[in-house]
Design a protein around this ligand. Structure first.
Ligand SMILES: Nc1ncnc2c1ncn2[C@@H]1O[C@H](COP(=O)(O)OP(=O)(O)OP(=O)(O)O)[C@@H](O)[C@H]1O
Length: 477
């Protein structure tokens, strides 16, 4: 043991002495001489290439950053790492410290990475700049594999990591243009905290994942890589919450478009064409901002004096967005009244999925109770579940009651009081119930042209998920 240590110490001293006393030019020459007799091959990836940023360098940094921490426990791994965080990303980023090495195994081939950095001074010993580069060393017979598989793998992985870690931004319109200062979305709603009935949550997530993994599929069928969703249902049923959950799930920016802030069809077209890739364009309450009546009635223009956007302008702008420029874009309309929207806006190819969000059911109540109160059972549950299936109460109203106290019993009693008052209101005013107030039959999702099979089903009449466009692709590895 002692002799091993002394050999190591001697070797370290020799290496330090060699580095300190032998000029760099001679060291480089000696190394290139030694390499001539070895079967090792080295690729040098510098930070800049042809006078601009080298994307492979950036991708390598991202890629190795995700590997170094998990690899740091392995034998022979670097003993020093760098750590940092910028405003634009959610997580810390780790990296190799200068002159550190790490071995990555890809398809069983060991690939050795070394990170280098040098400070350059000009002749007056004044201006300093840093040059940084990676060296990737491997056996010569793997050159083709590294070129055709490993480097593309690094670039793809780095892109996915970057997309996953970036902050989601929220863009709004200012003076008919997207505001230059988008804010971090920072919305806590996720698919874990969103309460949805039946399989709807799973179906939506699967649809989003198929979309995001479907680049090749869209290319194959010659369709632009975009998808449209219509979210409809009564107020407080989670339409905005679902959009936030979608953005957080995909790490897509949100572009929120209020049509009443747009003065002309040409401005609208400009806005829709200037939405960035990997984003969700949201047009909320579409029935309120533009009177999108059935064109059979002959009304194709906005009927509110302050709204300049016409229905045909909106259709053209959406078709422009859907037919050209950019990738990975989602467009979402929300409305409380699906029947008020011109069917042309909702047809397949414009809105691929119609998702109805509706009043609370026993299932959504239980999800909310688990989220807000941290309980999965209580002796008041059965009473609540029974009444909630009979009346219309939005998840927002249920959530409001569950937030009133930290004591579950107090919250559940408050909720029962609300449910009972709604039930007696519905009994005393049955004619209002028909208008969609509090009767079970009006859970809010029935509308002309909706998926009546689903909406008639006894257990899931609150929610329908209707595919109107081509089904999402099945991605096979
Ligand atoms: N399905 C749900 N799951 C969890 N929380 C919900 C759900 N629906 C509503 N909420 C709660 O109610 C609040 C209001 O809901 P949200 O704004 O998403 O409803 P909305 O359908 O978009 O309403 P509106 O039609 O009035 O815009 C949310 O911030 C959230 O706290």
């Amino acid at each position: 043991m002692a002799s091993t240590l002394s050999i190591l110490a001697t070797f370290t001293i020799i290496r330090i002495t060699f580095n300190d006393f032998v000029p760099k030019e001679i060291r480089d020459y000696l190394w290139s001489f030694i390499r001539r007799f070895s079967s090792e091959f080295t690729l040098v990836i510098e930070e800049s290439h042809d006078g601009s940023r080298n994307h492979i360098f950036q991708a390598t940094m991202e890629y190795l950053g995700s590997h170094v921490l998990s690899a740091s426990a392995a034998e022979g791994s670097p003993k020093r790492l760098t750590v940092g965080k910028s405003e634009k990303v959610r997580k810390f980023t780790f990296g190799l410290d200068r002159h550190s090495e790490i071995v990555d195994i890809f398809h069983g081939v060991p690939l050795k990475w070394k990170y280098n950095a040098d400070v350059n001074t000009n002749t007056n010993n004044q201006q300093k700049s840093e040059s940084r580069w990676y060296e990737l060393s491997f056996q010569k017979n793997h050159v083709e594999m590294v070129k055709s598989k490993y480097i593309p793998h690094i670039i793809n992985t780095a892109k996915k990591l970057k997309d996953r870690n970036r902050m989601v931004k929220f863009h709004t319109v200012r003076r008919e243009r997207w505001s230059s200062s988008a804010v971090n979305l920072d919305h806590p709603m996720t698919f874990d905290t969103l309460a949805l009935d039946g399989d709807l949550k799973k179906t939506i997530m699967e649809d989003l994942d198929s979309f995001i993994n479907g680049k090749e599929y869209y290319k194959k069928i010659g369709k632009v890589w975009k998808r449209g969703y219509l979210l409809y249902g009564p107020p407080g049923t989670g339409k905005s919450s679902l959009i936030a959950a979608m953005a957080n799930h995909l790490n897509f920016d949100i572009y929120n478009l209020n049509l009443s802030a747009v003065n002309s069809d040409s401005s609208l077209e400009y806005l829709l064409l200037h939405v960035s890739n990997r984003s969700i364009l949201v047009i909320e309450d579409i029935d309120c901002t533009v009177k999108l009546q059935n064109r059979d009635a002959g009304d194709t223009t906005a009927s509110y004096p302050h709204v300049q956007v016409t229905l045909s302008g909106l259709l053209n702008a959406i078709d422009g967005l859907l037919s050209c420029c950019g990738d990975e874009r989602i467009i979402v309309f929300t409305t409380n009244y699906k029947d008020k929207i011109d069917p042309a806006l909702l047809r397949a190819g414009r809105m691929d999925k119609h998702i109805c969000l509706s009043y609370s059911t026993a299932s959504t109540f239980k999800q909310l109770a688990a989220n807000y109160l941290g309980i999965s059972n209580h002796n008041l549950f059965s009473r609540i579940e029974k009444i909630i299936e009979e009346i219309n109460v939005s998840p927002a109203e249920v959530a409001g009651e569950l937030m009133k106290s930290k004591d579950p019993k107090t919250c559940l009693e408050g909720l029962i009081e609300l449910l009972e008052s709604k039930a007696s209101e519905a009994t005393s005013k049955p004619e209002e119930g028909k208008g969609g107030n509090n009767t079970k039959q009006e859970k809010g999702c029935k509308s002309k042209g909706s998926n009546t099979t689903n909406s008639d089903s006894p257990n899931h009449n609150a929610i329908t998920f209707l595919t109107v466009g081509p089904d999402p692709m099945i991605v096979r590895e």
